[in-house]
Write a protein that binds this ligand. Structure first.
Ligand code: HEM
Ligand SMILES: *[C@@H]1O[C@H](CO)[C@@H](O)[C@H](O)[C@H]1NC(C)=O
Ligand SMILES: *[C@@H]1O[C@H](CO)[C@@H](O)[C@H](O)[C@H]1NC(C)=O
Ligand SMILES: *[C@@H]1O[C@H](CO)[C@@H](O)[C@H](O)[C@H]1NC(C)=O
Ligand SMILES: *[C@@H]1O[C@H](CO)[C@@H](O)[C@H](O)[C@H]1NC(C)=O
Ligand SMILES: *[C@@H]1O[C@H](CO)[C@@H](O)[C@H](O)[C@H]1NC(C)=O
Length: 334
């Protein structure tokens, strides 16, 4: 009796030790961002950002899409450090994926001004953009989630990094590799692409599919034929390519899973959208997920939230790294 009970205690003790060690490992690999980072220093920050995003969407529902994309373009280039917000001719805003395309910088500036008024020098531009992206999804009818906070703003823009953002003309393998390089997996590629359930794209981003696709003298065979003729009329090759159309033809302003239903019907707008379902590579990688999301919006929302949190955690500056910018467009002068 004595022996077996002390043996039990020993086993229980080592189990507890293992669990403590596991907790320490998990804790140390997780980033230092927390949900209540501004609880004391700026308790109303979430309310202030939400109110300003609501105001912006009242004038322009597309702004939800634009803020969400701004956050993506921030995070993919040297982590979510507000680097995309830095003005200047050598900045990320002039890189090809961003030029004549980024929207919402003035909304971020307005939110920042309101927040600075209440809590000067406390809340980073990177965090403001993260909260605004979450609110944009939620206010468009998408899922809600708790945003982790405590990012600081970077000191440099990375033009070269911005030039390498995923392009709509790349293969699925190439796009997946870019996601893998920043710690995101194939599920994240498919779930995050679902952001194209809202917003617009310029003709120049998809007119390669309309007339002479890959030198075939015909349109992309994976685009549905009435959609091809609609878009040929909208985007004649003689145009400058700046006209825009909706990414989700079914429900433009609504954050839902119609993006995936469109892919099943060959109604994806960008080449990078349709290949998630129609390419050869997709057969063994992404196609099944597209089908699953198209029939189960809960599954899509769950995976989208997980992927957004992962994307928001990409190499944040914390502690004494970086700074809290006074003005999101410029690094503080010291
Ligand atoms: C998978 C790789 C991706 C590619 C190749 C891609 C490409 C594009 C392109 C070409 C546009 C249109 C830009 C223009 O015409 O000016 C666009 C718009 C957009 N993208 Fe993506 N994107 C990708 C992933 C993402 C991700 C991960 C998100 C966010 C989580 C996102 C959110 C958006 C939104 C919301 C818009 C509409 C913006 C607006 O209307 O202002 N995209 N994307
Ligand atoms: C800029 O981006 C490139 C390409 O992603 C990367 O290799 C480089 O380390 C980045 N530079 C800085 C200063 O973050
Ligand atoms: C289509 O593209 C191919 C390859 O780029 C080119 O050789 C061909 O002349 C183009 N066709 C037309 C009608 O422009
Ligand atoms: C679109 O408009 C901008 C600014 O007006 C112009 O510089 C650009 O050449 C046009 N075309 C494309 C494809 O961006
Ligand atoms: C969107 O799809 C739903 C069914 O999935 C359909 O009832 C509705 O008519 C579609 N709306 C548009 C504008 O295509
Ligand atoms: C949809 O996905 C959710 C989340 O994974 C799951 O709990 C639910 O059972 C799925 N519904 C159906 C009808 O498969």
């Amino acid at each position: 009796m004595e022996i077996s009970s002390s043996r039990m205690k020993g086993r229980r003790f080592s189990l507890v030790m293992i669990m403590i060690i596991l907790f320490m490992i998990c804790g140390s690999t997780r980033s230092q961002l927390t949900v209540d980072f501004y609880k004391r220093s700026c308790p109303n920050v979430l309310r202030m950002v939400r109110r300003e995003v609501i105001n912006a969407l009242k004038n322009d529902m597309r702004m939800a899409a634009s803020l969400l994309r701004l956050h993506f373009h921030d995070c993919f280039v040297s982590g979510c450090d507000g680097s995309v917000l830095l003005d200047g001719s050598d900045g990320e805003q002039n890189a090809l994926p961003n030029i004549n395309s980024l929207r919402g910088l003035e909304v971020v500036d307005r939110i920042k001004a309101v927040v600075e008024n209440s809590c000067p020098g406390v809340v980073s531009c990177a965090d403001i953009l993260t909260i605004a992206a979450r609110d944009s999804v939620l206010l468009s009818g998408g899922p809600a989630w708790k945003v982790l906070l405590g990012r600081r703003d970077g000191l440099v823009a990375n033009r070269t990094g911005a030039e390498e953002l995923p392009s709509p003309f790349e293969s699925l393998d190439a796009i997946t590799k870019k996601f893998n390089d920043v710690g995101l997996d194939t599920t994240d590629v498919v779930a995050l692409s679902g952001a194209h359930t809202i917003g617009f794209a310029r003709c120049a981003m998809f007119n390669n599919r309309l007339f002479n696709f890959s030198g075939s003298d015909s349109p992309d065979p994976t685009m549905e034929s009435t959609m091809v003729s609609d878009l040929q009329a909208l985007c004649p090759l003689t145009d400058d390519g700046n006209k825009t159309t909706v990414l989700d033809r079914n429900s433009t302003d609504l954050f839902d899973n119609h993006y995936y239903k469109n892919l099943l019907n060959q109604k994806g707008l960008l080449g990078s959208d349709q290949i998630l379902f129609s390419s050869n590579e997709a057969q063994t990688t992404t196609k099944a997920l597209v089908e699953a999301y198209s029939s189960n919006v809960t599954l899509f929302f769950n995976d989208f939230v997980k992927a957004m949190i992962k994307m928001g955690n990409m190499s944040p500056l914390t502690g004494s790294n970086g700074q809290i910018r006074n003005n999101c467009g410029i690094v503080n002068s010291s």
